[in-house]
Design a protein around this ligand. Sequence first.
Ligand code: AMP
Length: 548
Amino acid sequence: MLKTKILPSTEEAYAYPLLIKRILADSLKYEPNNEIIYRDLTRYNYFELNKRVRKLANVLKNLGIGAGDVVAVLEYDSPRYLELYFAVPMIGAVLHTVNYRLSPGQVLYTMNHAEDKIVFTNTDFLPLLKSIKEKLTVSVPCILMTDKEELPEDELTISGEYEELLRSASDQYDFPDFDENSVATLFYTTGTTGNPKAVYFSHRQLVLHSLAEMIVFGVYDSVARFHSNDVYMPLTPMFHVHAWGVPYAATMMGVKQVYPGRYEPEMLLRLLLSEKVTFSHCVPTILHMLVSSPVAKAVDLSHWKVVIGGAALPAGLAKAALQLGIDVITGYGMSETCPVLTVTYMNEADRKLDIDKQIELRTKTGVPIPLAELLAVDENMKPLPKDGESVGEIVARTPWLTQSYYKEEEHSKELWRGGYLHTGDVAYVDERNFFKITDRIKDVIKTGGEWISSLELENLISKHSSVSEVAVVGVPDLKWSERPYALVVPKEGEETSAEDIQQFLQQFVDNGTINKWAIPSRIDFVSAIPKTSVGKIDKKRIRAEYKE
Ligand code: AMP
């Protein structure tokens, strides 16, 4: 370490730890009368949010929850969840956002592994909790959250109902200072094989990540901006990477926020229109669902900006969205990275390009956001030239990366080989610092010695006018070692065939975009593509089902 000059601070100086309470405090500075809305059920302003967070802190204290304790939450996207995002870390406890879409066995594993002390649950998840109750290592008291009038009769250790507890709690709470490196949040990722692995983030990391999001969406002259006059509605579950950290950034900005609860297409569209939502983020699946709904064509979505992440944005979907007037861009990150690493950047000249050229930029993986150091490297960790061609693994350094997997030493070492976080994603970089992910390391298809990008093939097939959705995986082949295999969902009322799609792909062979081995020899037509618990294409399952 370089020996630099560090001067002592005076005893009276305040070191200002970067704590989540600072995010909430900022919400009262500019437009505190902006509202936080829940479906067509409730609305309140930022004064009320602050008050409810103080009440919730008292509820937690009265229940015996203190610094270092882990608080589990099973809930849809709601203002209650937002309140827990703040109150739990602000008393020094740790927020465990439980993925309720995992199997009961996996939920049990994560709750035991995290050593949850208490669980806040929507009554919809009581059957899930009941099914694992006997195997929980500690008997966790349960706080119920519901929109229903009646509370269920239950044999779980119910310690109260959320609103009832809030009503009777004091609205005074003096949130203490503590080390900014204290763990604030924790959740599990299931990307790879084996048990789910926990990633965790500190107060300092979440504050810096929020600031970086505000800068990247607010400062640069680009598309899909996010400003104080926007109306924000998350369309990613709040259990997954803090809904990409945007609820924290949105609260710091004090924007109007809309929480849709359980995802129901009709309710989402209704809120989108009635609350005049202008900024959202989601995985391609959700955008696809909304864009292909018949209602979408009849309404004006031209004020809606959407960041797509979690998986690559296919060109066909980008086009369908742009044609509806939706300002759609790409963001990239992973559970381990808090998550945001890159976002689309389009300068004034880019914005004047025709739609197809714009789609090329909007579907790239984007440019690293402020403070993020991203490299595409070869097997020896040597950075590849920014030539828009050479592909290698993306490795990252930012101030907001999980520092290890909780209680998983070996996997942690593997994640942080050579002092960089390894993403497992393969990409090239061009001279403008645009990254383009071509595949995940384990999804690349190797056929007859040639490497084929499954994402590129999906992208090309998505351009076929009769294709609604597509997934491509490599399947074992005796002769070629692997062959690309495509699953296609045709557009409603349209007919197509494997030969038709193969012929369509031939033009990309002819113009040199792909080689002839890339054309899948087998294409199956299905009504739906298997998806993971967070709505991404489940390639593991497609490969397994193919084998069967
Ligand atoms: P998760 O940890 O479940 O959020 O998954 C993270 C993974 O999703 C990344 O490692 C990528 O493989 C994939 N991913 C996320 N965003 C994008 C994107 N914009 N383009 C392509 N892949 C993405």
